[in-house]
Design a protein around this ligand. Structure first.
Ligand SMILES: N[C@@H](CCC(=O)N[C@@H](CS)C(=O)NCC(=O)O)C(=O)O
Length: 406
């Protein structure tokens, strides 16, 4: 029989992916863990293998995809039966499945409520989480593992979430060890196992990651950004409404997944109403590419800066190797290969390598036409599509290339 091909679509901090890694390691199954870029662009394989949720983990076993971590752990147990992760008797298995279900429904979401909360809500979330932990501590009782003497199904589902406990403790200002010493001892016991320790992320790194998530959720703002009030124009007919920006939602840095839709036109127009209408989405190009926002920018990184980094080939005279690479990616990623992409920012940036400069005519996000010099962080905090990407539509008058003869 030929060797099994086992691929796990993974993300280093995902407790759900860690469940699958531990189960495979316990069974001694060799596998390839492929890191997904969940804050950037998801792989084709992920989108194809988990089209419903588009989440990790996905176990691809000899080309067949299995989704949802608890189902994956069961599948691993069924496929490679030794050593069994569930007790031999039906009642033992039912009990394990009951606690597995409790962990699934309560533990991660209960902890997440702590870091997602602000002010008085934090105390409420912390109290709820400690109650959940105490229930689990009751189920553990005096046993070493949830399964008794042997590490099993419930342990595999619960232990990965404990890598996030340090972050919960920091944001909730409590110590799991003080509240639930038996749970704390169980964590230490599980961490003695190679299968757990090898994939368990550093809790301080998880805490840093949670800090990033808090910024993405607008729960923290970056002190490095200057405190001034921002206004964003919103067009309603001829009226320009001015909306104040809540400073609390300013985002500092990170990798922002952007989907940029590009409508290119060749003739200049004074009024965008004169742009010919198009009847099919197939004729709109788009690219998916992350924008890197760095912590130590020293100056405000604006919306137009972000557009520049998304279309670098049109803002500098000589292409760097990186730019050449991204141009190739752009051409691969663009939906309509025949369309030419080109732009400059409102202050006339760059000459697009000897061509007459192109020009951005419009930037629209969530139906709003923000000023191009507003901090990109504000755009991310306030106009990010909750589903995933920051969707930005641009209309660009394309530079005529003098070298192009037809
Ligand atoms: N119920 C799922 C949860 C999986 C999940 O939430 N995965 C996260 C990473 S921890 C993910 O892929 N998120 C990407 C997204 O939501 O787009 C499971 O148990 O597998």
């Amino acid at each position: 029989m030929s060797k099994d091909e086992v691929i796990l679509l993974d993300f280093w901090v995902s407790p759900f992916a860690l469940r699958a890694k531990i189960a495979l390691a316990e069974k001694g199954v060799e596998f390839e863990a492929r890191q997904e870029d969940l804050l950037g662009e998801k792989s084709e394989l992920l989108l194809k293998s988990n089209p419903i949720y588009k989440k990790v983990p996905v176990l691809v076993h000899n080309g067949k995809a299995v989704n949802e971590s608890t189902i994956i752990v069961s599948y691993i147990d069924d496929t490679w039966p030794t050593p069994s992760l569930l007790p031999p008797c039906a009642y033992g298995r039912a009990t394990a499945r009951f606690w597995a279900d409790y962990v699934d429904k309560k533990l991660f979401d209960g902890g997440s409520k702590i870091w997602r909360s602000k002010g008085e809500e934090v105390e409420v979330a912390k109290k709820e989480f400690i109650e959940i932990l105490k229930v689990l501590e009751g189920a553990l009782g005096e046993k070493e593992y949830f399964g008794g003497d042997s590490f099993g199904f419930v342990d595999i589902l619960a232990i990965p979430i404990t890598a996030w406990f340090y972050a919960y403790e920091q944001y909730g200002n409590f110590k799991v060890e003080d509240e639930c010493p038996k749970i704390s001892a169980w964590i230490k016991k599980c961490l003695e196992r190679e299968s757990v320790a090898s994939g368990y992320p550093e809790p301080t790194k998880v805490y840093e990651f949670v800090g990033l998530l808090r910024k993405m959720h607008g729960l923290e703002h970056s002190p490095e950004l200057p405190a001034f009030s921002l206004f964003i124009p919103r067009k309603t007919g001829d009226q320009q409404l001015r909306m104040p920006c809540p400073l609390s939602s300013v985002f500092g840095y990170g990798r922002i997944p952007v989907r940029l839709y590009i409508r290119s036109i060749e003739e200049d127009v004074d009024d965008l109403e004169d742009v010919p209408h198009i009847d099919s989405w197939d004729r709109i190009s788009y690219l998916n590419r992350p924008v890197e926002m760095h912590k130590d920018e020293g100056k405000i990184f604006t919306l137009s800066d972000a557009i520049k980094t998304l279309l670098p080939e049109f803002f500098e005279d000589e292409p760097s190797i990186d730019e050449e690479m991204s141009r190739i990616e752009l051409e691969d990623g663009a939906k309509s290969p025949e369309s030419t992409l080109s732009s400059k920012d409102p202050e006339n940036l760059g000459s697009a390598r000897g061509r007459e400069p192109s020009e951005i005519k419009l930037i629209r996000i969530q139906g709003i036409e923000p000023k191009w010099d507003i901090p990109f962080s504000w755009v991310v905090s306030n106009l990010m599509n909750p589903e995933y990407y920051l969707h930005i539509c641009v209309c660009i008058r394309v530079a005529q290339d003098p070298d192009k003869i037809w």
